[in-house]
Design a protein around this ligand. Sequence first.
Ligand code: 4GS
Length: 261
Amino acid sequence: MNFAVLTIFPEMFDLFWSHGIVRRAIEKKRISAHTVNIRDFAMDRHKSTDDRPFGGGCGMLMKTEPMAAAIRSAKIRNPASQTILLTPQGRRFDQNLAYALASLNDLILVCGRYEGVDERICDTLIDFEISIGDYVLTGGELPAMIIMDAVTRLLPDTLGGAESAEKDSFSDTLLEHAHYTRPRSFEEIDVPEVLLSGNHRAIDKWRLESSLIRTFLKRPDLLEKKRLDSGEIDILKKWCLDIEKIIRSQSLHGTDALSGS
Ligand code: 4GS
């Protein structure tokens, strides 16, 4: 995967590219990454990259010609690239979109600053628009890093031994099960016994149940969307029965909670 990032702040990417799994992916040549400084394509004496909006109003826009020249230069370098603009107006980035992007070879990520980009740039030079969420940032640089980060870890041979992309949150739209590491007892809270048992069937079952309950409590929207298999449905049914039992036992306590009053 080749990433080209168009930005007026290329230094922002130096730290991102020099740490952790992204750094390793570059060293292993699983990805290549470079920035194009849009300011290098500014033609006026002041090397300006912003300009006033027609029609007036506050705020500035990215100056059109340097932006266009920078995109064209990146495309010439990599003609098969998809060109993506980071903008709140784009398709919402999620794990499925990360998978889709991971199957491509060349991405040009265009980072806007100021209020935005001239519409004609979007219409003629951008293949698609991506948003990382419904909020307004000061630039597309952080969204570009987020996308490169999520995509890089999905590429073959980028995660280290124990880590695995398949098992992570959202891959199958259940949240991760709870995790524990040493010590066995931390500030008087013990690791669940089953995880120390060495019984891998029991551990798998506990982890599935942990995933389901966490998803149910924290992200019920994900559970609604997921296609549950029969084992998962059995676990949910068991909870239903357990809850019904608790409710029924209430009437034995002589409460009138069930009478509806
Ligand atoms: C986002 C976002 C964003 C919008 C860039 C205002 C500067 C800014 N980009 N997902 N102009 N949310 N971009 O807020 O991607």
